[in-house]
Design a binder for this molecule. Structure first.
Ligand code: C2E
Ligand code: CA
Ligand code: CA
Ligand code: CA
Length: 278
C-alpha cells in the first residue's frame, strides 16, 4: 500500500510537471503575442432593454494562437497576471479599444466603451499615465470610457486603490464594479469606493426566475444599487424570462447572449445603427 501511494505521488507530480511545462510554453508564446499581432478584441453590447438600444460595448480579449486557434481570456489572463505580462497586454487592450471607439465615433456612432482592468494593472504605478496616453493618442473621449474592476482588488490595498481610482476619475473616466456578489469584500466597501456602476455577476442570473434564492439576491442587489444611486447592469442574461424579471425589478441595463454574444469589431455596426441618429 505504501508503494502504491508512492507511485501515485510520482504519477501526480509528473502530471504537474507536464502542466507547468505547458504553462511555461504558453507564457513564452504569450510574451510575443503582441509583436506577432495575435491579440484580438471582441465587443459585447450592454443594452437598455427597456428602450431597446445599446448603451455601451464591453471590450473582451482573445488570443489568436498560431496552433491552438482562438483562446479565451480565462485560459491566459491568469498566466498574464502571474508573469506581469498583463501590464503590456492591458496597455494594448486600452490602446486598441480607444482607437476602435474613436473610429466608431468618426463614423458617426457615438458609443461608450468598457474595458476590464485586472488588479495587477490598477496597482501598476504607471496606470494613470497609461490610460491618459491611450486617450490622448487615440482622441477617444474620456467621458465615454468606463473601467471595470473587481471586488478583490478593493480588498488588497484599499487606500492606494481609492487614490488611483480618484486620479483616473479626474480624467473623466467612470468605474464599474464587475462580478458583484462573488468577491470577499464587505458591503461597506461599496460606500467607500467611488464607483458609478454595479455589474451583477451572471452566476446569480442563472437561477432567475425559477430559483427563489437567486431571484431574491438579484432583486436585492438591484434595489441596493438603486438606493445607492448606482447604475446597475445584469450580466449573463440569456432568456426573455430573465429579462422580464429584471425589468420588473427596475433593472433595465443588461448584457448577455439574449441580446448578443461578443463579436469582432467589423460585425458591430448593425448594433450601433441606433446610436447614429441619437
Ligand atoms: P467578465 O468581465 O465578467 O466578462 C463577461 C464574460 O461572460 C465574457 O467571457 C463573456 O463572453 C461572457 N458572457 C457574456 N454574456 C454571457 C451569457 O449570456 N452567458 C454566458 N454563459 N456567458 C456570457 P470572456 O470573454 O471569456 O471573458 C472572461 C473574463 O476574462 C472576463 O469576465 C474578464 O474577467 C476577463 N477579461 C476579458 N477581457 C479582458 C481584458 O481585456 N483584460 C482583463 N484584465 N481581463 C479580461
Ligand atoms: Ca467585465
Ligand atoms: Ca463580469
Ligand atoms: Ca465573470
Amino acid at each position: 500500500a505504501k508503494d502504491a501511494g508512492k507511485n501515485t505521488y510520482q504519477f501526480y507530480s509528473e502530471q504537474m510537471n507536464i502542466h507547468s511545462l505547458q504553462q511555461l510554453a504558453l507564457e513564452s508564446s504569450l510574451r510575443s503575442s503582441i509583436e506577432r499581432d495575435e491579440l484580438r478584441l471582441f465587443y459585447q453590447p450592454i443594452v437598455d432593454a427597456k428602450q431597446g438600444r445599446v448603451v455601451a460595448m464591453e471590450a473582451l480579449l482573445r488570443w489568436q494562437h498560431p496552433d491552438m486557434g482562438l483562446i479565451g481570456p480565462m485560459q491566459f489572463i491568469p498566466i498574464a497576471e502571474d508573469s506581469g505580462l498583463i501590464v503590456p497586454i492591458g496597455e494594448w487592450v486600452l490602446q486598441t479599444a480607444c482607437a476602435q471607439g474613436r473610429q466608431w465615433h468618426d463614423q458617426g456612432m457615438d458609443v461608450a466603451l468598457t474595458v476590464n482592468l485586472s488588479p495587477r494593472q490598477l496597482m501598476d504605478p504607471d496606470i494613470v499615465e497609461t490610460v491618459a496616453r491611450a486617450l490622448k493618442e487615440t482622441g477617444f473621449s474620456s467621458e465615454s470610457l468606463t473601467l471595470e474592476i473587481t471586488e478583490d482588488l478593493m480588498m488588497s490595498n484599499p487606500e492606494e486603490t481609492v487614490e488611483t481610482i480618484e486620479e483616473l476619475r479626474q480624467l473623466g473616466i467612470k468605474f464599474a464594479l464587475d462580478d458583484f456578489g462573488t468577491g470577499y469584500s464587505s458591503l461597506s466597501y461599496l460606500k467607500r469606493f467611488p464607483i458609478d456602476t454595479l455589474k451583477i455577476d451572471r452566476s446569480f442570473l442563472q437561477g432567475v426566475p425559477n430559483d427563489i434564492d437567486d431571484s431574491a439576491i438579484t432583486a436585492a442587489i438591484v434595489a441596493m444599487g438603486k438606493s445607492l444611486r448606482l447604475n446597475v447592469i445584469a450580466e449573463g442574461v440569456e432568456t426573455t424570462e430573465q429579462c422580464d424579471f429584471l425589468l420588473k425589478q427596475g433593472c433595465r441595463h443588461m448584457q448577455g447572449y439574449a441580446f448578443a454574444k461578443p463579436m469582432p469589431a467589423d460585425e458591430v455596426s448593425p448594433f450601433l445603427d441606433g446610436a447614429k441618429d441619437s
